[in-house]
Design a protein around this ligand. Structure first.
Ligand code: ADP
Length: 780
């Protein structure tokens, strides 16, 4: 592009600048101190007040030579001069033109140089315009991202119209690096100058973006550090608060410790633990552990006990009040109290090492509830612990404190709950304890129940002796079979038998109904149940040894009565058998009417299970085969062996009953006892199985209103069995007419209520022949 450039030359005093640069159109002040510079300035003031300002390549050089100076500088007008203390002068200049250092005319006493002013004007071609606009844009972008450009600079740059000024103003205001500034100053060609600036701006914008990223990252880091610090301070504050609380806690515990009548060992342990707490840093989790331990010790009923009420009459009254029958239990308790009384009168020693009572009987016969009655009669606190399913010694004796979350066992917990050293402590279901790798709870129980040891019972958690000798332990069980022998040895067994229908009727009328009426918030005596209705409820809706279901069924009747009283605005409800059916729906059980017709191979047995007596049919069938015997119905080993014995006896006596003596070779026998899901065991079905076998093999039918029980020997003797009362009650419920009982069990009939007994023909059998004579239908 042909641009005509007219050059102008000037001779001016020159001042080298250090680390500083003056652009055309820029006003700036600086201090001048070096002698030659001061002299140059003075010379300028006497001439046209113009100086040539040129940058030193290296600002550290004190007396620069020509080679130390840049080639391009600025001609500036000196606007003001101010003498500073010392020899320095402050000067205010305004840049006018960039100028090329053409020649140095003199160096002393001041620099004087010839400079050439290039023609700086540029023609506004589209390229130049575009370049100027790009520069503006880049500058704005840079300003945005760097945040270092003031609003004023932005505005003044925006107002620049001439492209030749644009680069200078931007460079003067925003460029910080000396090389960049010099590069812009030295570029004589306006277009090239703008391009160079654009390059610098792009680079700077990028740098600014990176800088920003780094900054945000750093800021985040700092924010996080600050947050952490803040949180840590807060925790410290909380801990301090807690620390204070702990201190007061420990003081409280110490005070309580002083007031509690502990034994020496316990006191020492508690004190040691409290000392440990004070030594621990506040907030240590161990503090909680130690405190809980001390609290446990302090919460035990040291030295606290209730005074026994040994008034026998009162005790009798209370026991009779709540429970019907259960005479053996009541008598035993009265005896106990009597002995206690005697001891108190005749010796000074009130403590008594009485035997541990164990009430054995089917569920729902009132074992648990009478123990509560005993506690009430004697005036002691009552605690109950079920041992059913307990398989870990630690449940009884606690975990050692080295376990996380350890607590004392249930004995100690029970005493804490009772709040006295002499409660009535009931262990329910002592026959249902089991054991596994975690230790045997039975052995722990031995120690608890042993009067010789339990005055210093040691719980693993407390690790202190605690006196259990004044606790009145009573246990209950459904059956004696599964109580570990050593435990059984230490207990006195009192059997609590199941109830007859008559007894249930009485219990229902006198106890269960009034209790349910009261519990449901109805006025006393507002629900009247006739005897016939109650019998219907007992027979039609329950089938149990005890009265639990009965109690629940009566509760249903009471609820329905409450609804009726409200809906029909009645004061009382009278329940007849019909009303009972209306309330309860159709009866669930029909009184078994034994099949009238005699049957081959089906015999009624009588069994005694943990839930009371039951009738149990034994079925036998034979078929051609090779002499195999199959026994089904979940039979236990004893029962299977007793089937073998029965079969052997039949083999030996086959001919007497017209049975093929070779049946054990060519007939298969299948004996089944229905209700196959219920496991059955015991020897008492021996006679029943023998009878079924004879019947099936000889094809002689068996009377179905006959039921039998008894063990059989190989010689055919009938041996006595247990649970006579329960079995007869079951037979009674089933409508049996004739009972075949081992002769030696005859004495047990005393226990059976007369009205039940009067329903039967009871035949005492000595041998299996006696049984067969009655049970088999006589031969035609
Ligand atoms: P168990 O402990 O023998 O399984 P419970 O003591 O739980 O039986 O008795 C069940 C319910 O039957 C209790 O509400 C109890 O009051 C009642 N009960 C049992 N036997 C009698 C009885 N002889 N006289 C009065 N209520 C009884």
């Amino acid at each position: 592009m042909p641009k005509k450039k007219t050059k102008q030359t000037l001779r001016l005093p020159m001042i080298p600048l250090r680390g500083l640069m003056v652009f055309p159109h820029m006003v700036l002040h600086f201090d001048v101190g070096r002698a030659r510079s001061v002299a140059a300035l003075e010379q300028a003031m006497v001439e046209e007040q113009k100086v040539f300002l040129v940058a030193q390549k290296d600002g550290d050089v004190e007396e620069p030579a020509l080679a130390d100076l840049c080639r391009v500088g600025t001609v500036a007008l000196v606007k003001q001069v101010l003498n500073l203390p010392g020899d320095a002068i402050r000067v205010l200049v305004e840049g006018q033109h960039r100028a090329l250092l053409h020649a140095v005319i003199q160096e002393e006493p001041y620099w004087q140089a010839d400079v050439v002013l290039p023609d700086d004007e540029v023609q506004m071609t589209p390229e130049v315009q575009a370049l100027a606009r790009t520069t503006q844009d880049l500058f704005e972008e840079y300003a945005r991202s760097s945040m270092r450009v003031s609003g004023e600079t932005l505005r003044s740059v925006g107002e620049v119209e001439r492209p030749e000024q644009l680069a200078d103003i931007i460079a003067a205001n925003v460029l910080t690096r000396v090389e960049d500034r010099q590069a812009i100053l030295e570029e004589i060609d306006v277009e090239k100058r703008l391009e160079t600036l654009c390059g610098i701006l792009i680079r700077e914008t990028e740098l600014a973006a990176i800088e920003k990223q780094v900054q945000t990252r750093l800021k985040k880091q700092i924010d996080k550090n600050q947050k952490d610090y803040y949180l840590r301070e807060q925790i410290k504050a909380i801990q301090e608060e807690l620390g204070d609380k702990e201190a007061t806690d420990v003081e409280d515990l110490r005070k309580k410790l002083a007031e509690t009548p502990l034994n020496d060992e316990a006191r020492e342990k508690a004190e040691r633990e409290l000392d440990r707490i004070t030594r621990m840093a506040p907030g240590t989790p161990e503090i909680g552990v130690s405190r809980t331990y001390v609290e446990w010790i302090l919460d035990l009923p040291w030295g606290k006990s209730t005074t026994d009420n040994l008034d026998l009459k009162r005790a009798r009254r209370i026991l009779d009040e709540d429970h019907y029958a259960m005479d053996k239990v009541k008598e035993r308790v009265i005896e106990y109290l009597a002995v206690r009384r005697m001891k108190e009168l005749n010796t000074q020693d009130g403590a008594m090492k009485g035997p541990i009572l164990c009430f054995v009987g089917p569920p729902g016969v009132g074992k648990t509830s009478i123990v509560k009655g005993i506690a009430r009669a004697v005036g002691r606190k009552f605690v109950q612990m079920s041992l059913g399913g307990v398989r870990d010694e630690a449940e009884i004796r606690g975990h050692r404190r080295t376990y996380i979350g350890a607590i004392p066992g249930r004995i100690i917990a029970g005493l804490k709950q009772a709040g006295t050293m002499n409660p009535v402590f009931l262990f329910d279901e002592i026959d249902k304890m089991s054991h596994d790798f975690r230790g045997d709870p039975a052995s722990a129980m031995l120690e608890v129940l042993d009067a010789e040891q339990n005055f210093a019972f040691r719980d693993h958690y407390l690790e202190l002796p605690f006196d259990l000798s004044r606790v009145m332990f009573i246990t209950t069980a459904n059956s004696m079979d599964t109580i570990p022998a050593p435990l059984l040895d230490r207990m006195e067994i009192i059997e609590v038998p199941s109830y007859t229908e008559e007894e249930k009727l009485h219990i229902a009328k006198k106890h269960l109904l009034p209790k349910q009426v009261k519990e449901h918030g109805l006025p006393p005596k507002s629900v009247k149940v006739s005897d016939a209705a109650m019998r219907h409820i007992i027979e039609g809706y329950t089938r149990e040894a005890g009265v639990r279901t009965l109690s629940r069924t009566i509760a249903r009747v009471v609820r329905k009565s409450a609804v009726e009283m409200l809906e029909e605005d009645k004061q009382t409800v009278s329940v007849s058998p019909q009303t009972a059916e209306k309330f309860l729906g159709a009866p669930r059980y029909l009184r078994d009417m034994p099949e009238k017709k005699p049957k081959v191979g089906v015999v009624n047995g009588l069994a005694y299970t943990t839930v009371g007596g039951e009738t149990l049919a034994v079925e036998c069938s034979v078929m051609k085969g090779s002499g195999q015997v199959q026994l089904t119905g979940q039979l236990g080993d004893v029962m299977k062996e007793s089937a073998q014995a029965a079969r052997s006896w039949v083999r030996a006596h086959a001919e007497t009953y017209g049975i093929d003596p070779e049946f054990h070779k060519n007939l298969d026998i299948h004996i089944h006892v229905p209700e196959g899901a219920v496991p059955k065991d015991g020897p008492s079905a021996g006679v029943t199985m023998a009878t079924a076998l004879v019947s099936a093999l000889s094809n002689r039918p068996v009377m179905q209103d006959v039921a039998m029980t008894g063990e059989i020997t190989l010689r055919g003797r009938v041996l006595p069995i247990g649970g006579v009362k329960e079995k007869l009650l079951a037979a009674y419920r089933a409508g049996i007419k004739t009972i075949l009982l081992p002769k030696e069990n005859k004495k047990d009939l005393e226990e059976v209520p007369a009205h039940v007994l009067s329903q039967f023909r009871v035949i005492a059998a000595e041998t299996i022949e006696d049984v067969l004579n009655v049970a088999l239908v006589p031969e035609a």
